[in-house]
Design a protein around this ligand. Structure first.
Ligand code: ADP
Ligand code: ADP
Length: 226
C-alpha cells in the first residue's frame, strides 16, 4: 500500500519565491493522479518534493506508512520519469535500465529477468543493445519508462513525459501509459500543463494555480464544473 499524503506543504526557494503554498493532497494507492495547471504554478516543485529531489520548506510528506521528509530519494519507494528522459548517452539501453539495479547490488540474473519483462511490456526488446542517440523520441521515452519500471517502485512520478514527442506519438503514448498503469497496478503521479492529457488519462485530477491547489476531483466532475 502506498498512499502519498501531502500535508501543509510549502516551498520557498532560496530567492524567497513562494512556489508551493499550503498544499494538502492525498493520492490513493494505485490511482492515476494528474497535477495540472499553467506553467509556473508549482507542479514540478511539488513532484520533486514527493521524490525527495527538492527540500521541503515546511509541512509533511508521507509515502505509505513512512514520513519521508528526511528520507533520501533512493530510499523512497518511487521512480521518476523526466521530461528530457535523462538517459546516459554513453550506455546501451540495457545498461541504462540496469544502472539503478546494479547500484543496489541486485543479482545479475534478476536484473536480466526484470529488464526482459519490462522490455516486453514496452516493446523495446530489439533496442537493448543500442545507444540513446540511435533511438527515436518515442523509443527514448519507452526506455526512460523501462528504467523506472525495473525498479518496481510503488509510486511512479512523471514530469511532462510526453511533451517532447510529436502530436501523433503523444496521442499514442497516452493510450500506452493508461495501459501501463493498468498492467503495473501501481500509483502514478503525473505532471502536465496539457488539459487533454489530464482529462483523458487521470483517474483524478489536481488543478493547481499560483502555488495553490484549486480543485481535486475526477475528470468528469472537473469537466462539468464552471
Ligand atoms: P538549490 O539552492 O536548492 O540548489 P537552485 O536555486 O540552485 O536550488 O536551483 C535548483 C534548480 O532549479 C537548478 O537546476 C536551477 O537551474 C533551477 N532554477 C533556478 N531558478 C529557477 C527558476 N526561477 N525557474 C525554474 N528553474 C530554476
Ligand atoms: P510548473 O511545474 O508548474 O511549471 P515549477 O514548480 O517548475 O512550476 O515552478 C514554480 C515556480 O517556482 C515558478 O515560478 C518557477 O520560476 C519558480 N522556481 C522554480 N525553481 C526555482 C528555483 N530554484 N529558484 C527560484 N524559483 C524557482
Amino acid at each position: 500500500m502506498a498512499n502519498v499524503k501531502i500535508s501543509n506543504l510549502n516551498k520557498k526557494y532560496p530567492n524567497g519565491f513562494h512556489a508551493v503554498k499550503d498544499v494538502n493532497l492525498e493520492i490513493i494507492d494505485k490511482e492515476f493522479m494528474i497535477l495540472v495547471g499553467p506553467s509556473g504554478c508549482g507542479k514540478t516543485t511539488t513532484l520533486r518534493m514527493i521524490a525527495g529531489l527538492e527540500e521541503i520548506t515546511s509541512g509533511e510528506m508521507q509515502i505509505g506508512d513512512q514520513i519521508v521528509n528526511d528520507v533520501s530519494p533512493k530510499d523512497r519507494n518511487i521512480a521518476m520519469v523526466f521530461q528530457n528522459y535523462a538517459l546516459y548517452p554513453h550506455m546501451t539501453v540495457y545498461d541504462n535500465m540496469a544502472f539503478g539495479l546494479k547500484l543496489k547490488k541486485t543479482p545479475k540474473a534478476e536484473i536480466d529477468e526484470r529488464i526482459t519483462k519490462a522490455a516486453r511490456i514496452l516493446d523495446i526488446e530489439v533496442l537493448l543493445k543500442r545507444k540513446p542517440k540511435q533511438l527515436s523520441g518515442g523509443q527514448r521515452q519507452r526506455v526512460a519508462l523501462g528504467r523506472a519500471i525495473v525498479r518496481k517502485p510503488e509510486v511512479f512520478l512523471m514530469d511532462e513525459p510526453l511533451s517532447n514527442l510529436d502530436a501523433k506519438l503523444r496521442v499514442q503514448m497516452r493510450a500506452e501509459l493508461i495501459k501501463l498503469h493498468n498492467d503495473l497496478k501501481t500509483t502514478f503521479i503525473y505532471v502536465t500543463h496539457d488539459q487533454t492529457e489530464a482529462m483523458t488519462m487521470g483517474t483524478r485530477i489536481c488543478v493547481m494555480n499560483n502555488g495553490l491547489v484549486q480543485q481535486v476531483a475526477d475528470p468528469r466532475t472537473i469537466y462539468n464544473s464552471p
